[in-house]
Design a protein around this ligand. Sequence first.
Ligand code: SF4
Length: 453
Amino acid sequence: MTSTTPLEFAPDLLVRFTQPDPRTDDADTTIWNERITSTDYRTALATIGDHPQETLGLYLHIPFCPGRCLYCGCNTTVTHNTTRIDRYLDALEQEIEQVASVIAGERDVLQLHVAGGTPNYLNDHQLTRLVEIIERRFRILPETATAIECDPRRSSAGQLELLHALGFRQITFGVQDLEARVQRAIGRIQSIDLVRDVYWMARESGFDSVGFDLIYGLPEQTAESFEATLAAVVDMAPDRVACFGYARAPQQRAHQHAIDIHCLPDARQRSAMFKRAVTAFTQCGYTWIGLDTFALDTDELAIAQDEGRLYRNCIGYTAANPRHTIGFGAGAVGEINGHCLQNETHIERWQQRIAAGELPVVRGHHLSKAEQRRRHALSHMICNLELSRSQAQGCLDQEYQRLASYAADGLVEVEPDRLRITPTGRFFLRELWSEHDAYFAWDRARWHLSRSN
Ligand code: SF4
């Protein structure tokens, strides 16, 4: 099941398909509009109420951190005020009550994902309260994929045992890079010993899945230095590793200006780092999942991809595929019956709107049936590395032809009824996808919201 390592490819492919130089400012574009109202959100939620058997995914955003990492692209706030976090949980409880009252009845949850910010910045009482708030209105099943993203610098054996006792079965730690020079350049110091200790504490606490997030393209990183991080990570053998490219957007995240752009690797070096990640993981028992994730061959994501039933929603890759996802918290995103929705990102405005009895949506987009088909087909291509002619018919006809033309570059194989992404094409999958999917920005925005704790 292990993915094939991509072969060397012609340098001109890099030039043609690689994203703009990451050292330039990135003006984000999105399809979202701000005409969407609380009433629209309520109407979308009411459609769930009519179908009590439909399953849910829940995304909860905790936008607080004790300090700011310089590369951070997340919607988060630095605070040392516990009362402020308590007030946030008060509003979160109200938001959950408001949503639950519209969809009516206790609903089965297939996927629960808590991210931030730093969810494990909450104290034990707050973490316990968070889970109680959710369980009061939603049914968490034994098979629910319950996941939380944590900062290893805030983790302790006692906290990990509590999280497991509260029902979390998957945990992800933000590791980013283990080299001291890189850590100094990004303002985030965490020794390899600390990461290793936390990793083994999580194992001993009984989590089914322990994952790491890595970032390539950081200041002071080289392909060689990143290889040392990869070797140390492979040695620990986490179940899943997400390997993201540093997304530079200082216009939206002013603190990123503190990173010296002259210390950033260029596009070619970034590509070399990701190639090394692919090699390191696929040679050591991991399957390459979708764009940027690696999972042990025995992991449910790897098995789902192998069987052609891997999905991707605004929470991430999933084998469970809940029918709808609902976002709670400031800036949280969700998708309900083709309505893509994002909550107000500003914490106080989000609280005020909830206090006024509003559902705090701030922007969104309603996908037409054709757009939904298109999104589904492209998502299937990302997850399962193929696009069938029947899926493309009527919604991606021109794109299908254009993708087929990349056979000359060795990026796809053309079969009578489908296109298959080759190992080399796999390497450029993000670019192939972004070229054809207006909703790429949607997914990018989701990752900006919640990754890298
Ligand atoms: S990268 Fe994570 S821990 Fe660092 S500031 Fe951003 S959200 Fe907080």
